[in-house]
Design a protein around this ligand. Structure first.
Ligand code: ADP
Ligand code: MG
Length: 507
């Protein structure tokens, strides 16, 4: 008999419907899967055959089984079609069942004993199902929490292949998981670090507050042990709380990457990713045969911390240029392109020279001028240009370090940051932008108008500091954020002057 089962392919964060067609007929042996482009075909065949046997079903060894995954042109990753293929085979062998499956979607990888394994991309899939009028979703039970975030569809958690058979034949129905209101997953953030424990460094803290307010990139330079890593790690604690929309965006990426914890299906804390400098280009920006999100997408709506910035290979860093500009990474494949969102705030840190003590008044730098120059040249101009705040992190004096009093807590800084973000949200309502750093020329013209005094100041600075057009626009955007923190509608000269302080000095 012939039968069809609905399934879905997840490409990047997008979904495409897949029809699993199964035909079992004849009295000569054969077992073929077509429409899957890689070696997963063989593996899926063996997984289904073994799971079948371990579910105490009789495998039709003497029939000809043909399974087609349509359309053939869509790239499919093998393992998630185990369940729809097995269900299709069951119906094709045993005959029609009473349950209507025209509005049902099946996905899941089978283990050899017939249990269902964790499957990636369930959240984008559940959203797709809801938007396209499907009513039932049969997925591995371990993924049930993730799908329950989406209202309007019944999610059936499947532990074992046997459970689906019992459900479809009416022997023992699976109970759908009750939908969980998203708000219930929003838990109070628990930050690992707090600004109050960082002594001194008021200038750096101010720069970080500005960076957090407008989602501007920031580079911290200073000698070893001056607290660069410590400061960077406190960044998430001063960022505004995530909105539900942002949480869903980030969770979709984590779902596709397969790193969502089973018991906490919604990412509600802003991500903080700190890839090591030995990370490959693919690990950083994403890619691979079945493209996976890289660190920059896992840092979406949060922080990408690149510690020891110049140690990253230049070729790897140059990959960051396009996503830093567009907030999205596009990966080209033979079958077309796949995009992942990557709108993150970059925090980078560097020593001033290879030994680290070039800017330290108490230590002698042992680097030759040549090696210092080579070290500083490791990061290209265009990349440095994309960093709005360049900040020196000096060593903290002993008197300050040994003080007992705590500094201003992160919660208070975050409160100011959130107010500045509220102004930006109101400004960009109805557009795709959310923060000042995302403004393009048109918005800069509209929202970053300067008075004559500020124009003169900027003109001098552009000439003296040899600033590029990109730098000029970035100064305007930064000034806008500083004015927002100051709760001002107009950018004033003091705001521009402060923004200029954070610009890299170009020799
Ligand atoms: N301003 C500071 N307040 C409190 N502790 C600090 C400060 N600066 C540095 N430290 C301490 O020094 C250690 C080293 O700092 P770290 O951030 O690793 O330096 P860097 O990354 O600049 O080499 C930190 O673990 C922290 O305990
Ligand atoms: Mg460090």
């Amino acid at each position: 008999m012939f039968t069809k089962i609905n399934s879905v392919a997840v490409l990047g964060l997008e979904c495409t419907p897949i029809t699993v067609e199964v035909d079992v007929a004849g009295s000569w042996p054969g077992y073929q899967i077509v429409g899957l482009p890689d070696t997963a075909i063989q593996e899926a065949k063996e997984r289904i055959r073994t799971a079948w046997k371990n579910t105490n079903l009789k495998f039709p060894n003497n029939s000809r089984i043909v399974i087609n995954l349509a359309p053939a042109g869509v790239r499919k990753e093998g393992s998630m079609y185990d369940l729809p293929m097995a269900v299709g085979m069951y119906i094709a062998i045993e005959g029609p069942i009473d349950t209507d499956l025209s509005d049902a979607l099946f996905v899941g990888e089978l283990a050899l004993d017939g249990t269902l394994r964790h499957t990636n991309g369930i959240l984008p899939l559940a959203i797709f199902a809801e938007q396209h009028g499907y009513k039932k979703l049969f997925i591995p039970a371990v993924n049930a929490n993730e799908a329950s975030l989406i209202q309007g569809i019944d999610t059936y958690p499947v532990h074992k292949f046997q459970d689906v058979i019992n459900h479809l034949t009416g022997k023992n129905k699976i109970l759908p998981v009750p939908p969980q209101p998203i708000e219930e997953w929003f838990v109070e953030n628990n930050y690992e670090m707090d600004m109050k424990y960082v002594k001194g460094q008021e200038f750096v803290k101010r720069a970080m507050e500005i960076a957090a307010s407008g989602a501007h990139n920031i580079l911290l330079s200073g000698p070893p042990g001056s607290g660069k890593t410590l400061l960077a790690r406190t960044m998430p604690s001063i960022l505004p709380k995530m909105t539900i929309k942002e949480a869903i965006e980030v969770t979709k990426i984590y779902s596709v990457a397969g790193i969502l914890p089973e018991d906490k299906p919604l990412v509600t804390t802003r991500p903080f990713r700190s890839p090591h400098h030995t990370a490959s280009g693919v690990a950083l920006v994403g890619g691979g045969k079945f493209p996976r999100p890289g660190e920059i997408s896992l840092a979406h709506r949060g922080v990408l911390f690149l510690d020891e910035f110049p140690e990253f290979p230049r070729t790897v860093l140059e990959n960051l240029r396009q996503p830093l500009e567009d907030g999205v990474i596009t990966i080209s494949r033979a079958q077309g392109t796949i995009s992942f969102p990557a709108r993150f705030t970059m925090v980078a840190s560097q020593n001033p020279c290879p030994c680290g003590y070039a800017s330290d008044p108490d230590r002698n730098c042992i680097c030759s001028p040549m090696s210092v120059a080579r070290y500083q040249k490791k990061i290209s101009g265009p990349l440095l240009d994309r960093i709005d705040l360049h900040v020196e992190v000096p060593k903290v004096k002993f008197e300050k370090l040994s003080k007992y009093e705590l500094g201003e807590p992160s919660s208070e800084i975050r409160h100011r940051v959130e107010k500045a973000r509220d102004r930006q949200t109101a400004r960009f309502v109805g557009t795709i932008h959310t923060t000042n750093s995302e403004m393009k020329n048109r918005e800069i013209r509209e929202y970053c108008k300067l008075n004559d005094q500020s124009i003169n100041l900027l003109k001098q600075a552009v000439q003296q500091m040899h600033l590029s057009a990109r730098s000029y626009h970035r100064i305007l955007k930064l000034s806008r954020t500083i004015a927002d923190l100051d709760n001002k509608d107009n950018i004033e000269t003091t705001h521009v002057a402060e923004a200029l302080q954070y610009r890299a000095k170009v020799e």
